[in-house]
Design a binder for this molecule. Structure first.
Ligand code: 3IX
Length: 194
């Protein structure tokens, strides 16, 4: 069973996404946007350690290897972890638009079980933009980049200002991030007019 709810269908006045001229070149690794990010941060022992790179157009390609710490049923990846991998890949599209956006809605189809040690080959693409709304879609394949689809998702991201994090994040981490020049540099990479 699959399907997408009407809130994830772009409105009639939506426009095609535009890759920002200063976006990372196709093939370029994106690195982590925040070292403590569960999805891409190197400082998270049980995180996904998802490695993403820019694709052509407004596309991202990423890989994630399912670890024993990611199990739900014996020897199988937890569905929430797989949804996180899709969410992280979709979130990485921000690098190509140079926009800061957060997930508003994420709809996931779990098509095939994904065993521990499996490499999930992920691809995400922005399909349309309408004002602050960014519509995107992603797949996760197993057995190789052209293997069968195991998971897929459609999403709506909402553009936000950096204040979204400053106003809502726990004080301790916000202070640490704001006093880290490397973190500020990464945050600026998402802003059109840094
Ligand atoms: C100095 C420190 C800096 C540190 C930062 C460093 C780096 C960060 C930079 C970039 C981050 C980059 C990458 C991140 C990568 C991966 C992470 C994965 C992504 C995530 O994991 S991120 C976490 C999960 N995410 C949230 O934590 C969001 C919580 N949430 C909210 O914060 C609000 O909910 C928000 C902002 C989403 C909306 O709030 P809002 O007030 O701005 O907007 P509003 O409600 O007015 O809606 C406007 C129009 O969107 C429609 N709309 C809204 N929500 C909708 C929904 N859910 N479904 C369908 N339609 C929706 C309305 O219906 C209306 O539509 P219309 O205009 O047609 O009426």
């Amino acid at each position: 069973m699959s399907g997408t709810s009407s809130t994830l269908r772009p409105p009639a006045d939506a426009v095609a996404p535009v890759r920002h001229p200063d976006a990372p070149a196709p093939g370029e690794p994106l690195g982590s946007h925040y070292e403590h990010c569960f999805g891409c941060g190197g400082a998270q022992t049980h995180g996904l350690n998802l490695a993403a790179r820019a694709g052509e157009g407004v596309k991202i390609i990423a890989e994630f290897t399912v670890q024993a710490a990611h199990q739900g049923a014996p020897g199988l990846a937890h569905g929430g972890v797989l949804a996180s991998a899709l969410d992280e890949t979709l979130g990485s599209l921000n690098w190509l638009l140079r926009t800061i956006a957060v997930t508003g809605r994420l709809e996931t189809d779990f098509v095939r079980p994904v065993p521990v040690d499996t490499v999930l080959y992920l691809e995400a693409e922005v399909t349309a933009v309408a004002g602050r709304k960014i519509y995107s879609t992603a797949t996760g394949r197993i057995g190789g980049p052209a293997g069968p689809v195991a998971v897929r998702a459609d999403a709506l991201f909402l553009e936000v200002k950096v204040d979204h994090f400053i106003d809502n994040g726990r004080e301790e981490e916000i202070q640490a991030a704001m006093s880290d020049p490397d973190q500020l540099r990464r945050a600026r990479a998402f802003e059109v007019n840094p």
